[in-house]
Ligand binder design. Sequence first.
Ligand code: SF4
Length: 222
Amino acid sequence: MTEPLQISELFYSIQGESTWAGMPCLFIRLAGCNLRCTYCDARYAWEEPAVAMTTADVLAWVRQYPGILIEITGGEPLHQAGVYPLMQALIEDDRRVLLETNGSLPLANVPDAVSIIMDIKCPDSGMAGRNLPENIDLLRKRSQKQCADEIKFVLSSVADFHWARDMVTREQLDQWVTVLFSPVRPLLTPQDLARLLLDHRLKVRLQLQLHTLLWPDQTRGV
Ligand code: SF4
């Protein structure tokens, strides 16, 4: 029998990131993370005690919101083996499922029906050494199967921007996957990042965290 899921929080909000930004969304935040990014805004997911729940418990909560988009996030959700039966159960419930992952764990067993939003960690995160290069190859293969995946760079500085731009160019990411560049405010302002994107003619999407604009004083449940 699968271990129960360790849940940090369940909440219903507006999707603030990715190309799904603006959509009402159910968030399943799994506890625990194998990384320690300098800018982490979800430390409570790995610092505070979790609540044990079964897949059936989570499904019962989800079913109170018929048809609503679902995001599984963390922490690092792939850190828990129970995430796989959870993804399968949500797909069988006919849901559109997004999986936010930090890119440091293998993606090979994520179902094709799940949209992966994978971070590539930049140097200022302190975690760039943890990116798994084979995950890029796997996403490339999934793109040939029309999987709706996205790659996200969280940028803390102009140096991070240039590092990310070199990666986009080298892997030709903008040719086969949706690429998101997201600034860490106030270290890099949205205005400065917008100017850099335009000046360098990059075909990537500027991502602002919509939930932080809607609810600037809330750090959880949004
Ligand atoms: S991977 Fe995400 S949850 Fe984990 S430390 Fe980094 S920002 Fe925080």
